[in-house]
Ligand binder design. Structure first.
Ligand code: AMP
Length: 219
């Protein structure tokens, strides 16, 4: 299966992509995760990426497209498909993705648009906490760790992503409105868009998606 998860920051794309990737054995490609890893490495590219990310701006298309094209050229993609999470985010990226897939004889099955309210987004992102050691995701209200600021799985310390602070979240939403929202029309015209509610909790949305995949003969 070849899927794109589309939606504003805080729609739950990453969480849903992880669950689907485990259940369906699909490679999960998150540009945000790739960039955070590169930033952690401290390389020159990592520093440059960090400047864009920490301010809530998008990384320039040419850098993003190169990284994704390289990832999509690996063998596992042809064999099992993929879930793209956080890419494409601009029409230039969507066009590059179409071209890249076409060149290897593939296309997308679906683009899942996770339509989400602003209240849900703000509550989810500003309350999100991540384990420094293993990357597990918690939420101060919805998925609180047993011990405050300590990971349930590996006892690592929890932190808040710089770009999950309220000011930056608002900036990210503005950027989303200006640059990513147009992709909804782009995919609607191509008839690949399926709209679901990002306000549902993880389990409910998972059930909705499985029902959809079943109906479309993809399971
Ligand atoms: P995410 O974890 O998907 O919210 O991404 C975190 C940050 O990484 C974003 O706010 C952007 O700065 C950058 N980023 C991730 N994916 C992309 C993309 N497809 N295009 C441009 N910037 C991106």
């Amino acid at each position: 299966m070849r899927l794109v998860l589309l939606g504003p920051p805080g729609a739950g794309k990453g969480t849903q992509a992880k669950v689907l990737s485990n259940k369906l054995n699909l490679p999960h490609i998150s540009t945000g995760d790739i960039f955070r890893e590169t930033k952690k490495s401290g390389s020159e590219l990592g520093k440059k990426l960090g400047e864009y990310m920490d301010s809530g701006a998008l990384v320039p298309d040419d850098i993003v497209n190169e990284i994704v094209t390289e990832r999509l050229s690996k063998d596992d993609i042809r064999d099992s498909g993929f879930i793209l999470d956080g890419y494409p985010r601009t029409s230039k990226q969507a066009e590059a993705l179409d071209k890249g897939l076409e060149s290897i004889g593939l296309d997308l099955n679906f683009v899942i648009y996770m339509k989400t309210s602003k209240d849900t987004i703000l509550a989810r992102l500003t309350g999100r906490r991540i384990c420094k050691a293993c990357g597990s995701i918690f939420h101060i209200k919805n998925i609180p760790p047993k011990k405050e600021n300590v990971c349930d799985y590996c006892e690592g310390g929890l932190y808040q992503r710089d770009d999950d602070k309220e000011d930056t979240v608002l900036k990210r939403l503005k950027v989303y409105d200006e640059q990513t929202r147009e992709l909804i029309d782009y995919y609607k015209e191509k008839n690949t868009l399926k709209t679901v509610s990002g306000d549902l909790d993880v389990r409910q949305l998972y059930d909705v998606l499985f029902e959809l995949f079943g109906r479309e003969g993809l399971l």
